[in-house]
Every structure is written in C-alpha cells, then in structure tokens.
Design a protein around this ligand. Structure first.
Ligand code: 5AD
Ligand code: SF4
Length: 440
C-alpha cells in the first residue's frame, strides 16, 4: 500500500482540513503515516497568515526535496502563491488550494504522469463535492474534534490575507453539520469545536430557512454523547444577542470565548477596518459577562500596525487592563502581499514592534496566571483527554480550556469528572477527584 504523510501548519481549520484530506487519500488507496521519511506522498498543508509562517514552507520544502515520493503543497500558501511555488521549488509536484482539495485524487494522478498541476479555484463548494466523511477518518483519534461549519471572511481587515486565501463567507448546511457531528459522537467524541474564520457569522441553510450559530449550537446540543461544544473564531460585530444568550442558557456550550480585538486605539481600529471602537468592544464584553459571569476570554492582538504611535499602543495596554484575559495570542504586524496595509509607507520599525510585543505579552501572561490562580480551590468538571507526561496521570480540559492534570484513578479517557483544583503551574491546573477530597 502507498503511504501518505500530511504536515499541517497554522490554524485549527488546517488541522481539520488535514483530516478531510486524509479521508480523500485513504479512499483512493493510501495509508496515512506520521513520517515524511519514505512516504510516497508528502503533503504540506500551509499557512500564509504571517510572513514567518509562509517562509517556513519553503525551508521545509528545501529539506524535503531529497525525498523520493510526490510532494504537494496545500493550504493557504498554495492559494496565495499558486504557480510561484513550483517556480521557487521545482521539486514540488502539485499545488492545491484549500477550496479544491476534493480534487486531490485527480491532481495526484496528473502529477504521477509527470504533470505539475496547480488548482486554486475558489469558486467550488468543496463540502458538496467531498465524499461523506468516513467514520474512521473523522478523527476517532481522540475525544475532542474540530468541525468546520463556515469558511472564508467578508470583513476585509486591512492586515489580513484570509479573504484572499479562503474566499468569501460560506456556511455549510445545518443537516450536513449535524450528520457529521453525529458520526463524531458515535466514534466516541465528547467535545466538538466548531470552526470558521468568522464562525459567529454562521448562516447555514436549515430546512427551508437559515440558522444562526446559536440555532446550530441548539441542534448540536441534542446529540447524545456529545457533552461539550465550543466555537472559534469570532468577530465582535457578529456577536449577536442569541449567541450571547446561548452562553447563558446552553449548558453544553463551554464558558470560553475567543473574541479578537486586535488593538485598543480607535484610530488604529479604524485604519484596520475593524468597524468597531474600543468602547464598543468593552460594552460587548460587559454584556457577555452579564450573561455568563465566569466566561474565560481570549483574544488576538497585533502590535505595530502601520502608523501605530506610542499613544495608540498604550490604548491597547489599557484595553487589556480593562478586559482581563484568560489567554491571548499576540503578534508583530507582518505585511501580507495583496492586503491594503502592506503598501502603507508608515510601517513601524522592528525594534519598536519587539518592545511593544514584549510589554503586551508580559501583561497578558500576568492575566493568564491570575485567571489560573483564581481556579485554585474551586471544583470543576474536567473532560479526560489522554495520558499525561508522567505515569499515573491523565490530562484533561477544564470548561475554560485549561489543561488539567489529574490522577489516573479519577476515571477513563472520555469521562467528565468533577475535580478539586489544588494548584496552578505554568499554563496548567493540577487537581484531584472532588469526591476523594471530600472523603479525606
Ligand atoms: N500580521 C500580524 N498578525 C496577523 N494576524 C492576521 N494577519 C496578521 C498580519 N498581517 C493575526 C490576527 C488574527 C490572527 C489569526 O493572526 O491577530 O486574529
Ligand atoms: Fe493561516 Fe489563515 Fe490559512 Fe488558517 S486560514 S492556515 S490562519 S492563513
């Protein structure tokens, strides 16, 4: 049997896409392997979000060029650079964009004949064209799974490549999502994270009408065996009332929300084309916290957007101080070819970006530690995911997405157990079964 290896970079959607590409490959006679060495097909599933992510692909291709098998480039670099990839690295046999991976078998067949096909059509509905996911390949690899429900973005933030690499917003029909979620649940999955570049703008066909993300969550919550639901990632302007209410009313929806704001200065937010102010974000967070007071908030930040002054950056620090994040991701601005901000002449010097990033990350780390410390002494349900680093230990997730280490005797993988948290270290919590503590 021929063996295929997929390496994924970037976001969770790429992780999900890799499972769907694996579906395609196993259906056409490949066996998946976790080693590039000796594989008959190597597929790099790439990310274009920041320059470093894209450059990684070319250095990996340089390393792989001595391998014997076919080499394909998939994902967002494939979409953004197309034929340029083969020009820069002629060892690449084919290029397939993220909306075209249902064409994978045909592209491989063409590459085997010595052609170098490049397929970056954005107009197809790949979900329609993909075979129904096979149960085995639908990540029965664990008790948690990703499920893409929406792709693409219509927001056009001035820094972002996503509208160009993933195309316009498209939501999958509710019935297809529910069917896929049922298969996952039957395969033992307890928690599903719904994915979309702008997932809270979800607007999927449902019977004769349309369903919002809250409507979709309500239907998924009825699936037996499925205990937890999450979604990522969202835009503040699409945080509708029904979705906020779902955080209050839907017991299976976990109290964690990734809601990027990117910056705290109105001037920068405007230049970024974010379409909201810093105060609008503060008010939104207040309404969400009213619905779900214990919600863990997460966000993304960019420092050094073109034209960002010291005062603008201080406004970001002030916003972070006001909100209090449980976790967050922060990045230096990276000009992306084809985006409006890339051609601005007022780019911020690297040294200033580094200094700002360091200060912001120090603040965010302090907040994360404070959030974790506040969990010590509390009891909470933990979904047991897998063995921990040390013998006799499981690792699971809290409702707030923190890794929690518990003794093995607490239950089995897939169980949700009530635990008492006794320590917070690094990004993790340490706990013991709540029952045992009460008995002791
Ligand atoms: N430069 C730096 N960070 C970026 N992001 C997106 N585009 C860029 C860019 N050009 C960050 C944003 C986004 C996250 C996924 O990546 O914070 O929310
Ligand atoms: Fe990277 Fe964005 Fe593509 Fe995800 S969608 S892989 S973050 S460029």
């Amino acid at each position: 049997m021929k063996r295929a290896f997929i390496k994924s970079y970037g976001c969770q959607m790429n992780v999900y896409d890799a499972t769907r590409m694996a579906d395609q490959l196993t259906a056409s006679g490949y066996e998946m392997t976790d080693k590039a060495d000796g594989a008959d097909l190597i597929l790099l599933n790439t990310c274009h979000i920041r320059e470093k992510a894209a450059e990684k692909v070319y250095s990996e291709l340089g390393r792989l060029k001595g391998e014997g098998g076919l080499i394909g480039v998939a994902g967002c670099v494939a979409q953004a650079e197309g034929e340029e990839i083969i020009r820069r690295q002629p060892r690449v046999d084919f290029v397939v964009g993220p909306q075209a991976y249902h064409r994978l078998p045909a592209l491989i067949a063409a590459a085997e004949k010595g052609q170098s096909p490049v397929e970056t059509d954005l107009s197809d509905d790949k979900f329609q064209s993909l075979a129904a996911p096979q149960r085995r390949a639908v990540t029965a690899r664990g008790v948690t799974a990703f499920l893409t429900v929406q792709e693409g973005c219509d927001k056009f933030c001035a820094f972002c490549v996503v509208p160009y690499t993933r195309g316009a917003e498209v939501s999958r029909p509710v019935a297809d999502i529910v069917a896929e979620a049922r298969q996952l649940a039957e395969a033992g999955v307890r928690e599903i994270t719904l994915l979309g570049q702008n997932v809270n703008a979800f607007n999927g066909a449902d019977g004769g009408g349309r369903a919002s993300l809250a409507g979709l969550l309500a239907q998924l919550a009825e699936i037996d065996g499925l205990a937890r639901l999450r979604f990522t990632t969202s835009h503040p302007n699409d945080m509708s009332e029904d979705l906020i209410a779902a955080h209050r009313d839907e017991a299976k929806l976990m109290p964690y929300l990734h809601l990027p704001v990117q910056a705290g200065s109105d001037r920068v937010l405007k230049a970024m084309n974010r379409k909201h102010t810093a105060d609008a974000y503060r008010e939104l967070i207040a309404r969400i916290r009213k619905a779900r007071p214990d919600i863990a908030l997460s966000g993304d930040f960019i420092v050094g957007f073109p034209g960002e002054t010291d005062a603008d950056f201080e406004a970001t620090m002030a916003l972070v101080e006001d909100i209090g994040y449980a976790s967050a991701y922060s990045f230096k601005y990276s000009p992306r070819p084809g985006t409006p901000a890339a051609t601005r002449t007022d780019q911020v010097p690297e040294a200033i970006m580094s200094e700002r990033l360091q200060r912001l990350q120090a603040l965010l780390t302090t907040q994360q530690k404070a959030f974790n410390r506040a969990c010590v002494g509390r009891t909470m349900p933990v979904l047991i995911e897998k063995p921990g680093k040390h013998a006799g230990q499981w690792v699971g997730r809290s409702p707030y997405l923190q890794p929690v280490h518990i003794p093995e005797g607490a239950g089995s993988v897939g169980d949700i157990v009530e635990v008492a948290v006794h320590a917070a270290e690094g990004n993790s919590l340490f706990a013991e079964p709540a029952g045992r503590r009460v008995a002791a």
